[in-house]
Design a protein around this ligand. Structure first.
Ligand code: MEV
Length: 440
């Protein structure tokens, strides 16, 4: 057992203690594994160490790109960080497919962020409403010193609203605050402003002469941004004539392909089991770009899934429409992203990603990210309704299986050749390697 005080130890001491406690049989080997992933540049490593706490080493993920991605008539090279084989390949395939069919399109619908002060107040709601209306301006003014810089960039607090939740919970209210945080994701900015508003609100109530003792006794529960940002929204789509959905690789008539795509999305609208997997596929793409650009993928995922339930039922985030022989495939999703602040400018690879994307604004990054999500979903559905997912998936997974069995380069080369025509499975690869190794 590691006793308290672990966080105060030096990194080296932490590692020693850890391997002694958990790997007593092979401590030096495990220590070597941990240290072998340190960055050779000590300053660089220090920066990684300081991103989090109790850091021992770095955990590598593959960093890849979709080299040419056509969006709104521009070409982007899109960075993606993912460990899942076939995600980048699927995005590339969709990018190539739509390149000659007008490319991807996207537009930002809104960029509003939200925060809340949750509190309990005992009294007549109408009285509180009147008091809020009288003091709203002062609450606004109070945040000025904190919002000045953001205002210079065109952002700041957009509105303050009192929300009466007393029918759901006795004496419970919210102060709903909306923000424009420009190119920043803005979590710290929002939380700082909210805490300051909460403090001022408490003070104003306490000093209100017309309030009786009970009314002065406001209880601030908490002040925190909401990761649900339905008004920080982006739409993305691809469209073409159905007759243009021809591709020898589809091995299917365009009408049937379009129809099956439409049905596939319908299934994800009807059925939560399918909808979850369907949307997970969209996030395969979105998360990969969010990670590569140093943004918060947990926030983006939480918001996306909540948005998928906005009508009271969890369902597909994408849509297929077939009108007048035209096929349109679209995605509407809230994405709260930043291109300044946070990790975006601290992590050297996040910085590189943004450079690769030609230093986009947050709105441009929202469009690129959403479009990659759509591309990912198109790629997954395309495989699912034609050849099935395993064909491409297992081909990409083949290398992982070969590595699992410790295959050498020569064996890998032969296996890649052999499995061009064969179904890949764990057992099939094991058998193939056995024949190779027995032969020698
Ligand atoms: C796998 O990571 C994602 C898919 O299952 C998505 C889907 O089924 O739509 C292929």
């Amino acid at each position: 057992m590691i006793s308290s005080g672990f966080s105060k130890l030096s990194k080296e001491k932490k590692i020693d203690l850890l391997v002694e406690n958990h790997f007593s049989n092979n401590a030096s080997e495990m220590k070597h594994v941990i240290e072998s992933f340190w960055h050779e540049d000590k300053l660089q490593q220090k920066q990684f160490d300081e991103f989090s706490e109790n850091t021992l080493t770095n955990f590598y993920f593959p960093y890849g790109v979709v080299p040419t991605f056509k969006l709104n008539g521009n070409h982007y090279c899109v960075p993606m960080v993912t460990e899942e084989s076939s995600v980048v390949a699927a995005a590339c395939r969709s990018a190539k497919f739509w390149e000659t069919r007008g490319g991807f399109h996207a537009k930002v619908v809104g960029t509003k962020k939200v925060g809340q002060v949750h509190f309990i107040w005992k009294g007549e709601s109408q009285k509180l409403k009147g008091f809020f209306d009288l003091n709203k301006k002062e609450l606004f003014e109070h945040t000025r010193p904190l919002t000045e810089n953001m205002e210079k960039r065109g952002g700041g607090v957009l509105d303050l609203e009192l929300v009466d939740k007393t029918t759901e919970e006795k004496n419970y209210y919210q102060m709903m605050v909306t923000f424009n945080t420009c190119d920043a994701m803005g979590a710290n900015f929002i939380n700082t402003v909210l805490e300051s508003i909460a403090k001022k609100w408490e003070e104003l109530i306490l000093n209100e002469a017309s309030f009786i003792e009970e009314e002065k006794d406001v209880l601030i529960i908490m002040s925190i941004l909401s990761n649900y940002t339905p008004d920080c929204l982006v739409k993305t789509w691809v469209e073409c004539e159905i007759d243009e959905l021809t591709d020898p690789k589809l091995e299917m008539a365009p009408q049937l392909f379009a129809h099956k795509m439409e049905l596939a999305v319908k299934v994800a609208e009807l059925d939560i089991f399918r909808a979850t997997t369907h949307n997970k596929g969209i996030f395969n793409g979105i998360d990969a770009v969010v990670l590569a650009t140093g943004n918060d993928f947990r926030a983006v995922e939480a918001c996306g899934h909540a948005y998928a339930s906005r009508e009271g039922k969890y369902k597909s985030l994408t849509k297929v429409e077939i009108v007048n022989n035209k096929f349109r495939f679209s995605l509407e999703i809230p994405l709260s992203l930043g291109t300044v602040g946070g990790l975006t400018r601290l992590h050297p690879l996040a910085k590189l990603s943004l450079k690769l994307l030609k230093n986009p604004s947050a709105e441009e990054l929202m469009m690129v990210t959403a479009a990659i999500g759509l591309a990912q979903n198109f790629g997954a559905l395309r495989s699912l309704v034609t050849s099935g997912i395993q064909k491409g998936h297992m081909k990409m997974h083949l290398l992982n299986i070969l590595n699992h069995f410790g295959a050498c380069d020569e064996e890998k080369k032969k296996a890649l050749d052999f499995f061009k025509e064969q179904t890949v499975s764990f057992k099939a690869v094991q058998d193939f390697l056995k024949t190779q190794r027995d032969y020698h």
